[in-house]
Every structure is written in structure tokens, then in C-alpha cells.
Ligand binder design. Sequence first.
Ligand code: SF4
Length: 538
Amino acid sequence: MTEHTKTDGLPELMPLPDAAPQVLDKSRPRSERMASDKIECNACPVLCQISPGRTGACDRYANAEGVLIRVDPVVLLRRTLESGDAALVPFVARSAESDSVARSVEPAADPLARSEEIFVTGIGSSTTYPDYKPAPFIVASKVDGVDMVTVVTEGIFSYCSLKVKIDTDRWLGPEQANVRCKGEVVGHVTTAEYGSQMLSLGGVHHLTGGSKKEGRVTCDLMLALGNKQAVDISIDGGAQVVIQAGRAPIVNGVEEQRMRVGCGSATVGIFAKQFFGQADEVVVVDDHITGVLTLHQAGRCLDMRPSGIRIRGRKSTPGRYFQVANPGTGWGGTDIADPLSIIEGWDEAVAWPGLRLLMVSTTGEHKAWYVLDDALVPQPAQMPAAIRTVVERIGENCEPSLTTVLFLGGAGGSLRAGVTDNPVLLTRRIKQAMVNVTCGGAPAYVWPGGGITVMVDVMRMPNQSFGTVPTPALVAPIEFSMALDEYQALGGHMAQVRSLADVLRSGAWHNDGAPTARRFEALPSANVWPLGQPPLLG
Ligand code: SF4
């Protein structure tokens, strides 16, 4: 049994309520050896014994005058935030009498409780652990005249990871290389995508399959990234990178600016007509495919005169070369600082003195202009204005470099029991597009195949959406929305359905371990309203 030894008080955000809410659910077991003023939290398997005025090991639950409460307020989304909305509003204690009234799902008299305006998220909502408990919020609402219900909970995700997309052509490390944080392995480099390096971080093997320290560091890293904070990572045999959702990555201390416009071949193709007549040869240096204009199909179609250039590396197809150099953080994601180092030579029978050569990277950040001398040696020269304009256009066509963090979690396990007595029906109905899954109100993509494997962009979730428990595992909000009669048909917990008006007034259907206050946040501008939307299915 865990004896919690935390000594600091409750977070300032959530003062203990003056009058502790009445407890309707007394099902939590107590240890006989526990001090009489302590209470046991059973919101996760750690089972903290919490002294009065203290929080449990995760800082999410507290002992408020003998009542277990969820420390953070439950977050509700509102289409448009009005002044004062962001304030904490305490819930009114639920009594047995008010509870019976609250089961009515009639349209709310409270003008605040218009369901087209308000969505209850799982953030701060509390959980269903030890799993047989109905979800803390099962909210009835009306959308376009249809009775709907949203089942709201915080999931404890043992199986979860982060997929991180880093927009850069700089080489961060070999695929499959370990990614470390504070010396611990927290993930690996995975398959690169177009203009982006990809990482897979976290996951059950790092959370629970290694040392205790590895699990704790992995959990802390996932929490920070999920909550849009910056983390410092290093890649074995590669770069040191600072990543943060929605921000540019910092690679070896240098903030990345641009995502490449395309590979070298694509860049040649896109700008071929603009180069035509201004340069006799253009080489776009790229770690993936280096493009050579006069040999490329684009140059051939424009009837460009061959230049006689010979490029190092492995020829793929005309004008397209692989492996012109090693990967790195230099020109076009290669390790070169001198672009001429990838030119093997010139065919003397074809090249000519005075030939004008542009070397440029796929972002336009690296560029150099040369003219061949009488010995067919490229000599640096001042870049003409017309060529500079095209190079600037390459830069203009690059999107800003960003780090994107997607949370991937498996919700197909025990938390389903908080939704229905017959969990497989929930899984099936999600796959049949009858149930919309959101995380903190953000649209969640549900993977095809078995289970309920959801993927969501953390930037579309409200701030501080994630928490942790020391098992270790991540805590994330999840909501299931569907028609009320659908919910009844899949074996939903109808006795715990509450009207939105009642939820706004009194909070969760039970008071034990429930939040004691609510707070509104504006719907993130990138999101559609979560109710009444078709599911994002694979
Ligand atoms: S770690 Fe948190 S959720 Fe788990 S038992 Fe302790 S206080 Fe409760």
C-alpha cells in the first residue's frame, strides 16, 4: 500500500471548498491499518492514502475535510468565451433529492445550458477506475432536435505514445536510433516523411518495460510534450534537438526556419521555367534526390542545352541523384559546406567557358552562383538579380518549420466499462460511425481494425489536457458522443445520465473523487464543434 508523503499543499488553482460536497458513493474500501483521518484514493491502482489537506502522488486528487476530490476543475468548451467565463465556478453539493431531479434529460431552463454552445470535456473530469464505475459525466443534450449523450471521462492510458513530426531536412539521426531524454531511452527515430523527420516517443515498453527511471522520464517527457511544453532530447549518433508542439525545432542550438519546398527533383521541376534563360545549369542539392536541371525531364522538355556536368552519387533517373553526400545539417540536409564538392567534373566536349551555374538548396537558404572559366573550373560570381528572385521564391514557397505532436492511445480496454455494461458494443458502434470520439473536444482519428486506438493533435486540445499517474501511465481526456437512443441500445448507464443544466450546477453524477468546480475555455479555432460531427474513421 502506498503511503503518500507529499508535504506541500493543494495547488492554488483549486482551494478546498468551504463545505465539502456530500458523498453519494461510499464504495471505496479502506485499509484497516490506515490512520482514521486519511482517505484512500482508488482512482488508479496506486491507491494513495491521503491525509487531510494533502494531495495524492499524482497531485490530481486530494483529501478535502475527509472527502476525496479531483483537484482540477472540469474544463467545458464554449463556442465563444464571454467575459467572466474563465473563472472557477464551484459546483453545488448534490443531494439525494436534487440527484433524482437531475436525472431528467428535459431541455434545460438554464439559458447557459444550451447544448449548441457548451461541451463538457474529460479534462479534470475524474475517471472510471476501478472500471466498473459509470463515467463521471454522462451528459444529455439536444443537437438539431436530436437527443444526444456525451460520456465523459479521463482515461488512464498504459498503452500510448507520441508521434512527432519535425519539419526539417536536416539529418537528426539514423532511422531506428534511440532517442534519449536525461540519458534514458524514451523512443526512436522512425521513417522520415516528405520534408519531415519523424520520431516515435513513449509507448508501453519505455513506460513499464525498462527501469523505473526510464518509465518515469518517459512519462514526464510525454506529459510535457502533450501539454505543449518544450523538451530537450538527443538522438544516438545524431543531433540534439529541442522540440515543442506548434513551435519550430531547435537542432544543435539552431532554430529551424523553413520546411523544404520539395526534394531536389521537385524543386527543379517547379522552378524550371523560371530558371530557363537565366542559368545554363541548376543543381538543387538535397540529401534525398539532388536535381540537375539540364538532365532532368523538365530541362529536356524545355530543350535546354546539356551542360556536361557530372555529379557524384548514385544516378536514379535522368537528372535525379541519390546519395550525393552523407546526411547532415549542411546544404539540403547533407553534410556538405562546399556545394562544388558534389561535382565530379565536366565533359570537356559539352561544357563551355562562361557557363552559368546555380547551386541551391531545397529551402533556398544555401545558394551560390558560379561561371566556368577557360579551364572549365567554376568561379564564384555575383548572382544576377533575376536568379536571386527565383531563389527567393524557393524560400517563399517553404512553409514555416514546425513540430507536430500527435497523441496515440488505446481506449479499447477497461474504460469502456464506464460507458456501457457491454463494452464490445461501444467498439463496434464507433467503427460503424455511430459514436464520435473526441479528446478534450478535439477530433480524434480512430484507427481501423480492432480496439479503439485514437490519434489526436495535442495542439487542438486545450492547454494542460494531460496528467500522469505513477504506475506510470498518461491520463488523457476522452469523450464519446452519440444519440441518446443509441446509448441506451448499447447498454449505456442510463441511470447516470444528467442534463447539461444539472451538470453545470452540480457536476459529476457522484461526488466521490469528482471535481468541485468547473471552468470554461473557448473552442480552439482549428476545431469544429464536437457535437453533431461525423467521426474521423480510418
Ligand atoms: S496516484 Fe493519483 S489517482 Fe492514483 S491513487 Fe494516488 S491520488 Fe489517486
